[in-house]
Design a protein around this ligand. Structure first.
Ligand code: MGD
Ligand code: MGD
Ligand code: SF4
Ligand code: MO
Length: 718
């Protein structure tokens, strides 16, 4: 396949941003000029180079450096696919595929009602796509059944942020502010692998002796810390209570901040009072002395930050756990104080924007609530529909997947930007639910494991082939530019939505395909909401303005630092939320004696649908592995490199043993990037947080054994 540079951008490569994580490293992509005489793949592969930009400061990780190889990859889908009578996916024309899907959607709606069709989105989609997907669900399909993979990602942090601060912007300050920090506490975050260029922002804290990492594993991030605490998985909440208790006992709380800027301290304190460090040590395995050291590091610093990520959040009590860390930060006076703060590290490329514009079950654009009458009236007006025609809140991501094909659940599902058979918890059950559908439609750039199960697959354009905005982990809105022409035959997600909407009797003007036109509508829909983008324009972004939301007017400079004067609650004060330790939904027992926790490795991204198609990354990490303490491995008769079978109450997965002496002997770790039998999610527990509905990806009880019992030869026996 030959890629040609978009004519408008040929000189010097187009300024764009990485297709993967929320750091949104800036890069330029240069397509090789087409030369008919040299039409080889190597000649066609575009090149990537980092651009100077505050979050990545000239750096890219290995995924970023190799990201362009997927643009011209043979793995790309370039034609719609439709499953034929004998069950095989066959190429079809766009009209055939769109007509078929629209006809089936009409039939399903006629027989089973609007909620019989569900939509599943993704935090990698641009703001424009996320917005139009939400509108498509509510207006063209009339369904309440829409949610997205961000429910698996940031929903606990978002819920806790809204509760405490009145608003959720993952980092309410620019990342570069960390340059002045002499203490940073990273809880359940491994940015050395998940956002490598981020780590340079931790230099000052590390040099000051104040970089503290809390992670059950000795990760590459923990290696760099001045202090590493290794709690048992799922016990962070107790640990946060212990550190807060220690700080209070030593008289280190910021009483004047607590009095002026918060409410609810006393009620919150009632639970903390019962969690003195020695008691916390018994639950978490973290020495009381280390809890006191953390309290001393944070309170001794001039500028301190507390940052959480998925290790803290992906628990059945994830929202309360984040609240416990926020309580600590508030008691020390950090949030909304210049040079200090609290933040959650958003993960997906557009994980922040993706949770603001209406692909979430309970939400309308601008981070509005779908059950708020004023929000409904505003958005319905922008959409030109009656407010009472908008459906109410639908099921959360896992509950939606769990209901597919059941007597009361949806009969059709449209997936845009997620690979749920690999990434959702209890994955084998999710695959069964998908199989029970009357219609599964997937839009993707490659034939992901989920797309491979679909009745119809739409091949879509990706990052450097299209314009669109992304909102980074800092809440900064970025214009990701088109750098190369898409391959022949693919269309954008916006085109797919418009193609279906117009076949469902909606007008083309209501479903525009030009990203800037969609963004103009998004601006109006978000106006006045918590995430107000009304003052952001493509022109301002093209001119290079650094715009952090809210940006309520065209002459508004944006909001890089929030909460300096007031929090977003009506009275301007932050809330302490009383929370208590409950522990994971599933604990080890004689049948399943180990904790399994899951997460990421540097070279692969998420379900691996993209990175398992990049040769350099596959060469580096070709298959799944399980980290095991050498003693635990030995007890199971396993040695380095053996194939292990890991079993939980949900199922079993296979992975190659890596003996890791620094690991807690009661914990094993698996990355979740691999497919088939190697899926970590064959094991995971879909226990949901009651507030955020986020599943407990980070703890379940397992046992480990040899995958194929070693054969004993006759000689050995003799
Ligand atoms: N290479 C790579 N980078 C990525 C991604 C990717 O897939 N690959 N995905 C992106 C996305 S969407 C996200 S959400 C981010 C995630 O970024 P991170 O949150 O940094 O990544 P994870 O590996 O999921 O989890 C972080 C750590 O939590 C630890 N952990 C497990 N259980 C617990 C616990 O109970 N308590 C504590 N304190 N820690 C625990 C794990 O050992 C792990 O090291 O990464 C983004 N960047
Ligand atoms: N066990 C375990 N499971 C986890 C986690 C964990 O830590 N442990 N983490 C969870 C987290 S934080 C996350 S964010 C999820 C992520 O899990 P998924 O939602 O599966 O994430 P991706 O692999 O990024 O899936 C994105 C899919 O969309 C495709 N795609 C990329 N760009 C576009 C586009 O522009 N349009 C369309 N239509 N498709 C596109 C990709 O090829 C890919 O198939 O996994 C969750 N699952
Ligand atoms: S850190 Fe994230 S945004 Fe930066 S190059 Fe790597 S994957 Fe891309
Ligand atoms: Mo994520």
């Amino acid at each position: 396949m030959t890629l040609t540079a978009d004519r408008t951008e040929r000189a010097g490569g187009a300024a764009t941003h990485c297709p993967y994580c929320a750091l949104q490293c800036a890069m330029s992509v240069t397509a090789r000029a087409t030369d008919a005489a040299d039409d080889t793949e190597a000649a066609a592969a575009p090149t990537v180079a980092p651009r100077e930009f505050p979050t990545n400061a000239g750096g890219l990780c290995q995924k970023g450096w190799t990201s362009a190889s997927l643009l011209g990859s043979p793995a790309r889908l370039t034609t719609p696919l439709v499953r034929n009578a004998s069950g095989t996916l066959r190429p079809a024309s766009w009209d055939t595929a769109l007509d078929l899907v629209a006809r089936r959607l009409r039939e399903i709606r006629a027989t089973s009602g609007p909620d019989a069709t569900a939509v599943f989105g993704g935090g990698g989609l641009t703001n424009e796509k996320a917005y139009l997907l939400g509108k498509f669900a509510r207006v063209a399909l009339g369904t309440s059944q829409i949610d997205y993979n961000g429910r698996f990602c940031m929903s606990s942090a978002a819920a806790a942020g809204v509760r405490a601060f009145g608003l959720d912007r993952g980092l309410p300050f620019p990342l570069t502010d960390l340059a002045d920090a002499d203490a940073v506490l990273l809880v359940g975050a491994n940015p050395a692998e998940t956002m490598p260029p981020f780590v340079q922002h931790l230099r000052a804290a590390r040099a000051a002796g104040g970089l503290v990492v809390i992670d059950p594993r000795r990760t590459p991030t923990a290696e760099q810390a001045n202090l590493h605490l290794r709690p048992a998985p799922g016990t962070d909440l107790a640990l946060a209570l212990g550190i807060l208790h220690a700080a209070a006992a030593d008289g280190l709380l910021n009483r004047s901040y607590v009095d002026k800027r918060t409410i609810g301290f006393d009620e919150m304190w009632r639970t903390v009072a019962a969690w003195w460090p020695e008691r916390v040590e018994r639950v978490t395995g973290v020495a009381a002395a280390d809890q006191r050291r953390v309290a001393a590091v944070l309170t001794g610093a001039r500028n301190a930050y507390v940052l959480t990520a998925r290790g803290t959040e992906q628990h059945a009590d994830g929202t309360n756990t984040v609240s416990a860390w926020i309580n600590l930060a508030l008691a020390l006076g950090l949030p909304g104080t210049p040079g200090s703060g609290f933040g959650c590290l958003t993960g997906q490329g557009n994980g922040q924007g993706g949770r603001e514009h209406g692909q979430k079950a309970d939400q309308l654009p601008g981070y509005r609530r779908i059950d708020d009458p004023a929000a409904r009236a505003h958005v319905a007006n922008v959409w030109g529909v009656p407010a009472d025609s908008l459906p109410g809140p639908g099921r959360s991501a896992y509950e939606l997947l769990d209901a597919l094909g059941t007597a009361t659940g949806p009969r059709a599902l449209l997936v845009f930007g997620s690979n749920v058979v690999v990434s959702a918890p209890r994955a084998a059950h999710v695959a069964d639910r998908l199989a029970a559908l009357d219609l599964l439609v997937v839009a993707d750039i490659v034939l992901s494991e989920t797309a491979a199960l679909a009745d119809v697959v739409f091949p879509v354009t990706q990052w450097a082939e299209e314009d669109g905005t992304m909102t980074s982990l800092e809440g900064r809105v970025l214009l990701r530019r088109r750098a190369v022409n898409p391959p022949e035959g693919v269309r954008s997600d916006l085109d797919v939505l418009a193609g279906l909407a117009t076949r469902l009797d909606r007008s083309a003007t209501d479903f525009p395909t030009d990203p800037e036109t969609v963004f103009t509508e998004l601006r109006a829909a978000s106006r006045g909401g918590p995430a107000d983008y009304s003052g952001v324009s493509y022109d301002r972004l093209r001119a290079g303005e650094a715009l952090y939301w809210p940006v309520p007017a065209e002459d508004h400079p944006g909001s890089p630092r929030m909460f300096l004067d007031r929090f977003a609650h009506p009275d301007g004060r932050a809330r302490f939320v009383p929370v208590d330790h409950t522990g994971p939904a599933e604990s080890p027992d004689p049948d399943f004696p180990l904790y399994a926790t899951t997460g990421r490795v540097l070279q692969h991204y998420q379900s691996g649908a993209q990175t398992r198609n990049v040769a350099e990354l596959v060469d580096a990490v070709p298959e799944s592995y399980v980290e095991v303490h050498p003693d635990t491995a030995a007890r199971a008769g396993l040695a380095e490199g053996d194939l292990a079978r890991i079993t939980s109450r949900r199922g079993a997965a296979t992975a190659r043993v890596r003996c890791v002496p620094s690991l807690r002997p009661d914990v094993v770790f698996l990355p979740f990037h691999f497919a088939g039998e190697q899926r970590a999610n064959l094991l995971t527990n879909p226990a949901l947080d009651p507030t955020s509905r986020m599943p407990e990806f980070k703890v379940c009880a397992v046992r480990i054994a040899q995958a194929e019992p070693k054969k004993t030869t006759v000689e050995e026996v003799g």
